[in-house]
Design a protein around this ligand. Structure first.
Ligand code: IPE
Ligand code: IPE
Ligand code: MG
Length: 253
């Protein structure tokens, strides 16, 4: 039985978020420049996007570049931005053909103008699509997002558009970059690091976390199936007791 056949298709996560880490080390381990790792990582993106679309996953968020990544050497940052522009240009038709809808979360104003244009065009072109929602976290950090949301809320309250007493988790959600998206149920980080690195701090509150040593350029569909299978063994309690969860499942089934 293949790993894919073992998946319970009724219990797939609706939203998977991935920290695509380990490109630089993967390249160094092969005596290559870090940029080579980023280039090879694109093939993993293709494979995982295609796999999620095939499985019928609703939302896939990929952490591609953090706010802090701007502090890397200029050569690497420029190389990544160039790769981004070329990849979007090359892939946009495939996204459309596969009914995938692209969106971005992050500080787009920080991106070079050409990258901004490519992204905007690809987002507009794929906006009618109704299949997988592919969300690229680009120049994104959760602290940036949360502070931004707080600023907008404060402004609306000051202008009288929002009553501070009416700020609930549902209202707060609307001020985040992820407004309208369900929270990820499964968060995967590749490359062996067991940290969040400023990714979706608010939205991951109850996500199941899965860490693998596999470097991102080696990550393929089989690794994703493994992560989902692991997710399907977890009991998601949301603060309740195991007995309560099991009783509830008995009532539903
Ligand atoms: C992830 O790989 C890609 C980005 C952060 C842009 P890294 O470039 O962080 O690779 P490592 O972690 O240094 O190996
Ligand atoms: C997180 O990886 C950001 C992305 C994968 C885009 P980093 O490589 O930047 O994170 P740290 O520095 O190891 O925490
Ligand atoms: Mg890294």
């Amino acid at each position: 039985m293949s790993l894919k056949d073992k998946l319970d298709l009724q219990r797939l996560p609706r939203h998977i978020a991935i920290i695509m880490d380990g490109n630089g080390r993967w390249a160094k381990e092969r005596g290559q420049d870090r940029l080579y790792g980023h280039h090879e990582g694109v093939e993993s993106v293709r494979n995982i996007v295609e796999t999620c679309a095939e499985l019928g996953i609703g939302y896939l968020t990929l952490y591609a570049f953090s706010t802090e990544n701007w502090d890397r050497p200029v050569y690497e940052v420029n190389g990544i931005m160039e790769l981004l522009v070329n990849t979007i240009r090359m892939e946009v038709n495939t996204l459309s053909k596969n009914n995938i809808r692209l969106s971005v979360i992050g500080d787009m104003d920080m991106l070079p103008p050409q990258a901004q244009r490519e992204m905007e065009e690809a987002i507009a072109l794929t906006s009618p699509n109704t299949g997988l929602n592919l969300i690229m976290a680009l120049s994104y950090s959760a602290r940036w997002e949360i502070v931004n949301a707080a600023r907008k809320i404060a402004l609306d309250a000051k202008n009288g558009a929002l009553d501070p007493a009416a700020v609930t988790p549902e209202v707060w959600d609307k001020y985040l970059c992820t407004a309208g998206l369900p929270d990820p149920e499964l968060m995967i980080r590749t490359s062996g690091e067991c940290r969040i690195s400023n990714f979706l701090l608010y939205q991951l509150a109850y996500a199941e976390l899965y860490f693998t040593d596999t470097r991102w350029p080696d990550f393929r569909n089989e690794h994703l199936y493994q992560a989902i299978l692991n997710y399907q063994t977890r009991e998601r309690r949301f603060g309740k007791t195991s007995d309560q969860i099991q009783q509830n499942e008995e009532i539903i089934s």
